[in-house]
Write a protein that binds this ligand. Structure first.
Ligand code: IVH
Length: 255
């Protein structure tokens, strides 16, 4: 958007923000499940029962929101995964992000994606063109420029949206599953996508991924895939992380 590159304050994430390995076919998805079974077998866990949570992979920017005693204290971009940029001033302009939450533990980190909806993006570019300003390439680009603005007044003129998709660090609280974490977030007013489902079999997961692939163009926001997560928190812990990615999650990428 031609704005000066800002000098945002750097912050350390309480836990690294990870990235995801990809699957591009049913075979690759099944291979992922097999790798998890093999890994768990080496850990002495034979024949685990997996349930899977399937979520849209939002094409936006990953955010970490820290709530202390239920109050939004800090919001930051992903950055390199270890160190991000403090964008609390801009996240406070997003109406759907709660400033306060009820029944909160001492500390909880909410993870999610900031994005610009397609109608908001189109309207913004129309306003900019009418004012003789340069237009944005795409919603992601527009959201990225907006969230890194120094002046929150400018941010407020460029509507951003948010989907919560998980919990990172927490003190005084733990979830038994991804599904429970999403339910807890929804109950506290976070925007959690209504099309997220929990499934029992790989076949259902593949079917669901293909379904998202078909409905992709009918959504109000851009997605570039489906994130498939093992639901059970204990299995997630046993599966752990390899390199920068958790073994327990994978991104089904659209062609
Ligand atoms: S989970 C499991 N869930 O994808 C740890 N990420 O490649 C990974 N993303 O940086 C994060 N939608 O920006 C997760 N429903 C979703 C997501 C999602 C989009 C992005 C996020 C992250 C990248 C990982």
């Amino acid at each position: 958007g031609g704005e000066p590159i800002s000098a945002l304050t750097k912050v350390h994430h309480p836990e690294p923000m990870l990235s995801l390995a990809n699957a591009r076919s049913a075979e690759e998805l099944r291979a992922w499940v097999l790798r998890m079974r093999n890994h768990l077998a080496r850990e002495g866990i034979e024949n685990p029962t997996f349930r899977y949570v399937c979520e849209p992979k939002i094409d936006g920017l990953a955010m970490s929101l820290i709530y202390r005693d239920g109050v939004l204290e800090r919001g930051a971009t992903r950055g390199n995964g270890e160190i991000g940029e403090n964008v609390t001033h801009n996240l406070r302009t997003i109406a759907s992000i709660p400033q306060r939450i009820e029944d909160a533990p001492a500390m909880i980190e909410v993870r999610g994606e900031v994005y610009m909806s397609l109608p908001d993006f189109a309207a913004l570019n129309e306003r900019r063109a009418a004012a003789g300003l340069s237009t944005f390439m795409n919603p992601r680009n527009s959201a990225a420029g907006t969230i890194r603005q120094l002046d929150p007044k400018l941010t407020a003129e460029r509507p951003l949206s948010f989907w919560a998709y998980g919990v990172g660090a927490a003190e005084g609280m733990a979830f038994g599953s991804q599904w429970d974490a999403l339910g807890w977030l929804r109950d506290r007013g976070f925007p959690v996508n209504r099309d997220i489902v929990r499934l029992d079999t790989e076949d259902e997961v593949v079917e669901r991924c293909l379904d998202w692939q078909e409905r992709r163009g009918a959504l109000e926001f851009e997605i570039d895939g489906v994130v498939v997560k093992v639901d059970d928190a204990e299995l997630q812990r046993r599966l752990g992380v390899v390199g920068r990615g958790p073994r327990w999650a994978i991104a089904w990428k659209f062609p």
